[in-house]
Design a protein around this ligand. Structure first.
Ligand code: OGA
Ligand code: NI
Length: 315
């Protein structure tokens, strides 16, 4: 394998052989924590519909958006000022709307009060087309997440379906995100998202043509991860870094919208079932090495991270 190029985020074609794909994903996850995937199989129409409905949602009057305001299960609209990354001076300059696996109140896990599980908060009266568009997106990009995780499992010495068996009713969450325009030359340019690492397992990100995503490489420099045609950006979150005893890298990244125009992106935080034990994977320890982290569960870990990042959870 060629030496890693730390100046750029690699592009991996999922139509390559399974073994070559697994090796490329493993190298990128280990050395960069970020990669693009192409040959991803998500229909163009599903992506286009999600963007069209996302633009329509953020253009709704504030009262309509606030009628589906974020709830304790982390579903719904998050207004500007609600999300602040640890250490950041100012809250993020973005609006978002979070959706996940649709479960009725009668679902046993919901009845049991499992964190972050339950029905979505769809604005069905104001924008009925949002629900079907984002539901289709959630399913198609979730399937892509399974493909990526299957290759990672093999590369980590696990059964190919290791992750699939842990994604029966996953905590996966989609987020449509709107970054408002800001003057491109403002001295006090605000971060759309200030520097952070993602909390969960893997994130699958679609961005519009605007640009603005930056990734911190190992040398500590911020490098651009621009939109590439027919690509999703995939990155490792803190939960998978912990699961792999930091063999996989959860890399800091940020967004600055210097375009002078609005920017839209769609993230899928593709996380496993709520009670999934997160204990160091055996293959990620060298003989005699002790795990660097005590065991936790997916749900406990994600909920704790949310408590620190989102103002609504402290009200
Ligand atoms: C995030 C994130 C990047 C983007 O939501 O965690 O890093 O381009 N988003 O919106
Ligand atoms: Ni992120």
């Amino acid at each position: 394998m060629p030496a890693a190029d730390f100046s750029a985020v690699p592009v991996i074609d999922l139509r390559s052989s399974p073994a070559a794909t697994a090796a490329a994903i493993h190298q990128a996850a280990t050395e960069v924590g970020f990669f693009y995937v192409t040959g991803h199989g998500v229909p163009d129409g599903v992506i286009a519909d999600a963007y069209a409905q996302s633009a329509a949602f953020f253009a709704l009057p504030a009262a309509a958006k606030l009628s589906v305001r974020i709830d304790r299960r982390h579903r719904g609209f998050i207004e500007i000022g609600e999300a602040k990354m640890y250490e950041a001076a100012q809250p993020d300059l973005k609006e978002s709307f979070i959706f996940g696996l649709e479960l009725p109140e009668s679902d046993p896990d919901v009845v049991a009060g499992k964190p972050l599980m339950g029905p979505n908060r769809w604005p069905d009266r104001d924008l009925p087309a949002l629900r079907p568009a984002l539901t289709a997106y959630f399913e198609a990009v979730g399937a892509l997440g399974q493909r990526v995780l299957a290759r990672m499992a093999v590369a980590l010495g696990l059964a190919e379906d290791f992750f699939a068996a842990r994604y029966r009713k996953p905590l996966a969450r989609g987020s449509i995100i709107y970054y408002p325009p800001q003057p491109p030359t403002a001295a006090d340019a605000r971060y759309g998202v200030s520097a952070h690492s993602d909390y969960g397992c893997i994130t699958l990100l679609s961005q519009d043509a605007t640009g603005g995503l930056e990734v911190r490489n190992r040398a500590g420099d911020w490098i651009a991860a621009p939109p590439r045609p027919d690509c999703f950006v995939v990155n490792i979150g803190d939960l998978l870094a912990r699961w792999t005893n930091d063999r996989y890298a959860s890399t800091p990244h940020r967004v600055v919208n210097r375009s002078g125009r609005a920017r839209y992106s769609i993230a899928l935080f593709y996380d496993p079932d709520v009670d999934t034990p997160i204990e160091t994977l055996a293959g990620c320890l060298t003989p005699g090495q002790a795990p660097g982290y005590p065991p936790t569960t997916c749900g406990a870990y994600i909920a704790e991270r949310f408590d620190r990042a989102f103002a609504y959870r402290r009200r």
